[in-house]
Ligand binder design. Sequence first.
Ligand SMILES: NC(=O)c1ccc[n+]([C@@H]2O[C@H](COP(=O)([O-])OP(=O)(O)OC[C@H]3O[C@@H](n4cnc5c(N)ncnc54)[C@H](O)[C@@H]3O)[C@@H](O)[C@H]2O)c1
Length: 478
Amino acid sequence: MKKNGQLNLIPPIELRQTDTIFDALKNIEGKHWMIVTVVDDQGCLVGVASPGDLRRAILQGHPVSTTLKRVMNDEPILIEEEQLKKTEDVNQVLEDMKAAYGDIYFRYAMAPVVRKDKKVVGLINLDSLTVYVSKDQEPMATNHRTVLIVGGGGYIGSTLARVLLNDGWSVRVLDKFIYYGDSLKGIDNNRFELMEGDAANIDDIVRAVDGVDAVVYLAELVGDPACAEAPQAALKTNYLAVTSMAHLCSHLNINRFVYMSSCSVYGASENPDEFLTEESALNPVSLYARIKSLVEESILSVCNLPNPLFAPTILRLATVFGPSYRPRFDLVVNIFAKNAYQNKKIEVHGGGNQWRPNVHVKDVAGAINAVLNAPIDDVRAQTFNVGGDAQNHTINDLAELTKQVFPATEIIRNSDLIDPRNYRVSFEKLERVVGFKAKHSVVEALQEFKELFENKSTEDLDSLHFSNVRALQALKYS
Ligand SMILES: NC(=O)c1ccc[n+]([C@@H]2O[C@H](COP(=O)([O-])OP(=O)(O)OC[C@H]3O[C@@H](n4cnc5c(N)ncnc54)[C@H](O)[C@@H]3O)[C@@H](O)[C@H]2O)c1
């Protein structure tokens, strides 16, 4: 921001009082940090509106056709161009803004800089002022968006929350911690906020979206056995809760909405030698996967509602592997690692020639971050497979890779087909459109597990916390 003692101003987005909430949202789309300045016929500032102001107005019942005159903040804090030339005055400006915006977010606030006649010469964010007055301070990351991770306490969410914080996001998690309450402990960051609550409770989701710029939805009963165990709860959370959230976000113009689907929607492929793409036919073979394909359609259909800016993205994840802060030992690679270490035995069912795409949990978090940062038009209403081409393996391959890392492992094969999924998947589109390529291999994760187990960094591996279906059975969850 600061170059050679100068403060750089950001060009304003100027609208008139007769322009609407929709006009303002359209103009600041993708520029989450931005405000619009509202000027009169002489071009003099009469108010400002931030995305938060506009969404609060919608929540209070204003249609998006409401004019800015009715919803703008007509008493914004202004900075006079002259004030910026004197360091003491800049300090005073900072104090005023801190009083108005509060402690945590005050450095993210944006303010108009005006001439004496109230013509806007530019906008300035408080970070650049802070850096200006205290010469030693480093500018903050420019990525000031707030993302809500629904289900952020789970296997993927607990890794994702840390990745997004490291990338400069403010992160709020909504989770009811069905399995494990410790996954987010130890995050010491004033950009992190935890909200315990239920994604299937309308009051909780309305509270959770306040002030956020993007939503990543992960809260579900995850996996075929978990959904088979509690089908009614699966319908409530995996279908009704997520579609309600999509409707709420569309209504409030929280347009970046990332939904986690699964490559399970491809089910049992007719020709498993072929690489399936996002265009391939779906053939879900479980309740979990059937609900996923229903939700994909339902979320994309929200784009037909009145908000044309809504930009949902569907990510079809391969089966995830690797250590996380809420471990899951009910996923194939993770089960193999645990059993190879604990029992020196792993079981391969159904012959082992079934193909399965796989992806490291760190790559899932990286892919979600890449989608959140991608130009919104590139990801609006798009579906992407998430994984790595080189991580398509047969179950037999996975067993052999496990034996490489845990050499004492005996592989026991039987013909009972427990899981009929059999498919290979192409991940070309994610790389082509979003520029994301998975980096981490199955062997790498097996080695990470080995190290963790040997250092005893994971508590009792058989704990109910680490298996969705066993935990739900114990809780009699419905
Ligand atoms: N792990 C995989 O292999 C995989 C593969 C494909 C897709 N996915 C998808 O990724 C997402 C996350 O999966 P995961 O592996 O992290 O699962 P997980 O079970 O570890 O996490 C789910 C989280 O959601 C929370 N949750 C469940 N119901 C809730 C509710 N009603 N309200 C609030 N919180 C609730 C749970 O407490 C848990 O923390 C899911 O949508 C899943 O379908 C995962």
